[in-house]
Write a protein that binds this ligand. Structure first.
Ligand SMILES: [Zn+2]
Length: 179
């Protein structure tokens, strides 16, 4: 047996943004964590904890998670906060999964999300560096554009909000909507 690197283990509060099956048994979780920002972590079915994890960690759930960095990020444990399910819709959680950069703490956005029902997408976008106050429609230059198209990171006015052939509705944010 050779030398084994000590595994770094991390613990943080997290909100589950997305859960995807990985093969038949494993899962991949996209988490917005308080300490590390967005983390994508695998949960291996070979770990005893996974069946418990699977039952608890649906999108919108808040949990204290433990993960390690070994061949990618692996989720090894999660403790669900009793009855704490954020009222954000699945669509909003998916938008966050698309918008957030990997492994960059976003404390202001975390706080906004925890103040449930008080924030708007305009505030969230401003925190992430796309301030709608300074924005113009990417097509015609109109001020105060109400839409943000995530794949291109561009704003659009009402006329150009849905570039019919290209835009995916699940990637267009209405910035005045509540988060
Ligand atoms: Zn326009």
């Amino acid at each position: 047996m050779g030398y084994t690197e000590p595994m770094q283990e991390y613990v943080t509060d997290a909100v589950v943004l997305k859960k995807n099956p990985l093969g038949d048994l494993d899962s991949r979780y996209t988490l917005f964590t308080k300490r590390f920002g967005k983390i994508v972590a695998k949960a291996k079915s070979s770990r005893k904890i996974t069946s418990k994890l699977a039952a608890h960690l649906e999108p919108g759930t808040m949990a204290k998670v433990r993960f390690i960095e070994t061949k990618g990020t692996q989720l090894i444990d999660a403790l669900k906060f009793s009855a704490l399910m954020l009222p954000h819709g699945l669509g909003d959680l998916d938008f966050l999964a698309q918008l957030l950069p990997d492994a960059e703490p976003e404390p202001a956005l975390w706080d906004l999300l925890m103040e449930t029902g008080r924030g708007s997408w305009a505030e969230a976008l401003a925190i992430l560096g796309w301030d709608p106050a300074d924005a113009a429609c990417a097509v015609c230059g109109a001020a105060k554009p109400p839409y943000f198209y995530i794949p291109r990171q561009e704003f659009y006015c009402r006329t150009h909000g849905m570039p019919a052939s290209k835009a995916r509705a699940d990637a267009v944010l209405s910035i005045d909507a509540r988060l």
